[in-house]
Design a protein around this ligand. Structure first.
Ligand SMILES: *Cc1c(COP(=O)(O)O)cnc(C)c1O
Length: 351
C-alpha cells in the first residue's frame, strides 16, 4: 500500500545537478549558470523594492514583465505566458495536453531529462527518438510518433547543437499536436525560432532568464505563442505562479539587453577558446551553440575524470545515461575559470 499514485511510485524524480551553497570554494561548471552577475539595473530594482509589493498578492499575469518582454522581442503582450522558471511551463504544458498512450509526449534523445520525468508523473507515454550521429532532426520518426506534445530543445542540451529553422518549420507543419521549442540557450546562439510562432498556431517557444540573464535563482521563464494556444495553459498554471519580486527584477533584466548581449558575447568567445584548448588535450568536443560543451575525454574515462575534478573542487556534469557514459558536459565559465579547469585536466593527465 502506498500513499502515492502508481505513476509517482514508479518515477525516480528529476535529479538536479549538485548545488553547493554560494561562498563554497568550488568551481561550478555543472548546471550551465552564467558566470557573470545579473544586470546592475536588475540588482538596483531589488535593492529599492518597496515592501508593499510583498504585502499584496502579485499580478497573476506578471504584466510588468510581459510589457518588458513585448518591447524587447517585439511581440504583443497577449502572446506571452510567464512562469516560475521555464521548468514550470514544461510542467503546465504536459498537464494541459498530455495523458496516457493516446496523448503521448515525444522528443529526440539525448535531451533535457526533465521532459521524461514530467511525462512519467503525468502519466503520459514518452516516445523517445534517438538523434542520429550528426544530430540531424529525425522529422519522419517524430511525426510518426503522433505526440500531443513534441519537445525540441534548440540549442539542445547536452549536445549543444542547434536545429535548423527549416527543419522546425517542417516539423510544425506536419505535427497534429503542439511543438514546444525550448530555447533556454538561445542567448548564446546565432538565431531563434521565434518567427515560427506567427506562422503556426501549434508552436510555443520557451525562454528563461536562468542562463542568458544570470538569474537562475530568480526562477523566471516565459512562453510565446498565439493567444489561442495560451488559453489552456492559463487555466492550468497556479494563479500566483510568479512572485512580485521576480516580476519586477525580471522586467529590469530583460530591458537591459545590452548588458545581456555583452555577457553572452564574452561567453561565446570563451566557448570557442575552451573548445580549442580541450581539443589540444585530445578531447573531442561538439560545436556548441549554448554556454556549455559536450566533451569526450581521450580515453573515454568520463566518470573517473568527473570524480577527479570533483576532488579538486571543480564540478562538471556527468550523465550516467546511454550514449553519454564517455562524455562530460562542461559549462563555459569566465576566462579565468576555464583556465583553472584546463590546468586541473592537465594535472590529472600527468598524475
Ligand atoms: C536550464 C534549462 C531549462 C530550465 O530553465 P529554468 O527557467 O531555470 O527552469 C529548460 N530547458 C532546458 C533545455 C534547460 O537546459
Amino acid at each position: 500500500m502506498s500513499y502515492f499514485r502508481t505513476a509517482v511510485d514508479l518515477t525516480t524524480g528529476y535529479i538536479p545537478g549538485e548545488q553547493p551553497k554560494p561562498g563554497t570554494p568550488i568551481l561550478k561548471l555543472n548546471t550551465n549558470e552564467n558566470p557573470y552577475p545579473p544586470s546592475p539595473k536588475a540588482i538596483e530594482v531589488l535593492r529599492n523594492l518597496d515592501s508593499e509589493w510583498l504585502r499584496r498578492y502579485p499580478d497573476p499575469y506578471a504584466k510588468d514583465f510581459c510589457l518588458a518582454v513585448s518591447e524587447a522581442l517585439e511581440i504583443p503582450t497577449d502572446w506571452i505566458i510567464v512562469s516560475n522558471g521555464s521548468d514550470e511551463l514544461l510542467n503546465v504544458i504536459i498537464r494541459a495536453c498530455a495523458e496516457g498512450s493516446d496523448r503521448p509526449v515525444v522528443y529526440p534523445m539525448p535531451t533535457y531529462v526533465l521532459y521524461r520525468t514530467l511525462a512519467a508523473l503525468q502519466p503520459a507515454d514518452a516516445v523517445e527518438i534517438s538523434y542520429p550521429q550528426d544530430f540531424k532532426l529525425p522529422i519522419d520518426e517524430l511525426v510518426a510518433a503522433k505526440g500531443a506534445v513534441t519537445f525540441i530543445a534548440s540549442p539542445n542540451s547536452p549536445s549543444g547543437h542547434i536545429v535548423p529553422l527549416d527543419d522546425l518549420r517542417e516539423l510544425a507543419q506536419r505535427l497534429s499536436g503542439i511543438l514546444v521549442i525550448d530555447e533556454a540557450y538561445v542567448d548564446f546562439a546565432d538565431y531563434s525560432a521565434l518567427p515560427l510562432v506567427r506562422e503556426f498556431d501549434n508552436v510555443i517557444i520557451l525562454r528563461t532568464l536562468s542562463k542568458g540573464y544570470s538569474l537562475a535563482g530568480l526562477r523566471m521563464g516565459f512562453g510565446i505563442a498565439n493567444p489561442q494556444l495560451l488559453t489552456g495553459l492559463f487555466k492550468v498554471k497556479d494563479s500566483y505562479n510568479i512572485d512580485a519580486i521576480a516580476t519586477l527584477v525580471g522586467a529590469a533584466a530583460i530591458s537591459d539587453r545590452a548588458y545581456k548581449n555583452e555577457c553572452a558575447e564574452k561567453i561565446k568567445k570563451s566557448r570557442e577558446i575552451l573548445t580549442a584548448n580541450l581539443k589540444n588535450l585530445d578531447f573531442t568536443a561538439l560545436k556548441s551553440h549554448g554556454n556549455f560543451l559536450l566533451a569526450t575525454p581521450p580515453e573515454g574515462n568520463a566518470e573517473h575524470l568527473y570524480l577527479q575534478l570533483k576532488a579538486r573542487g571543480i564540478l562538471v556534469r556527468y550523465f550516467k545515461q546511454f550514449g553519454l557514459e564517455n562524455k562530460l558536459r562542461i559549462t563555459v565559465g569566465t576566462e579565468e575559470q576555464n583556465q583553472t579547469l584546463l590546468a586541473a585536466l592537465l594535472a590529472i593527465e600527468k598524475q
